[in-house]
Design a protein around this ligand. Structure first.
Ligand code: S3P
Length: 170
């Protein structure tokens, strides 16, 4: 059975959708961020602060490689997983990749107040979201499917993803 990978910007609802999809499709979910945190025994912010983004991306790549080899699982990918073409290739080799797209303002509303995302711990997070989303768009577009998450309920996003996944399974 194919894997179902969810990609998208921070705060676009990947983790909440992954949990819901796990119930609907009776598939186990793995979060790249959670695996990194439990392996490193420290928070992502701490990894970034102490060892830098490059170190984080190296571990992330290894984690993606390992989970991609599993079968019939949901993979909740950190927002930057798609930056490395090798990650996208690994995810696609054994399944489909769905990009949940949200507009910057909607993302900002979802993440404001949280300090758990080192990349957005800046003076003007909305501006950073706009710049980064713009830069990352060509990478997100490498996904097999795109689902719009702006102002959509988790239920309606999941309905679309279930439809896509069931069609792929046929
Ligand atoms: C990142 C997204 C985060 C986490 C890390 C870097 C990114 O995951 O992997 O802070 O570069 O977009 P979420 O998308 O789950 O917040």
């Amino acid at each position: 059975m194919k894997n179902l990978s969810l990609v998208g910007f921070m705060g676009s609802g990947k983790s909440t959708c992954a949990k819901r999809l796990s119930e609907i499709l009776s598939m186990e979910t793995f979060s790249t961020d959670q695996i990194i945190v439990s392996r490193e025994k420290r928070a992502i912010t701490e990894i970034f602060e102490t060892d830098g983004e490059e170190y984080f991306r190296k571990i992330e790549k290894q984690v993606v490689k390992e989970i991609s080899l599993m079968e019939g699982v949901i993979i909740d990918c950190g927002g930057g997983v798609i930056l490395n073409p090798e990650n996208v290739e690994n995810l696609k080799n054994n399944g489909i990749v769905v990009y949940i797209h949200s507009d910057p303002e909607f993302i900002y509303d979802c993440i404001k107040g949280s300090t758990q995302r080192p990349i957005l711990n800046v003076a003007d997070p909305l501006l950073k979201i706009k710049e980064l989303l713009n830069y990352r768009m060509p990478f997100y577009q490498k996904a097999n499917y795109r689902v719009d998450g702006t102002k959509k309920s988790i239920e309606s996003i999941c309905d679309k993803i279930v439809e896509i996944y069931k069609n792929e399974r046929k």
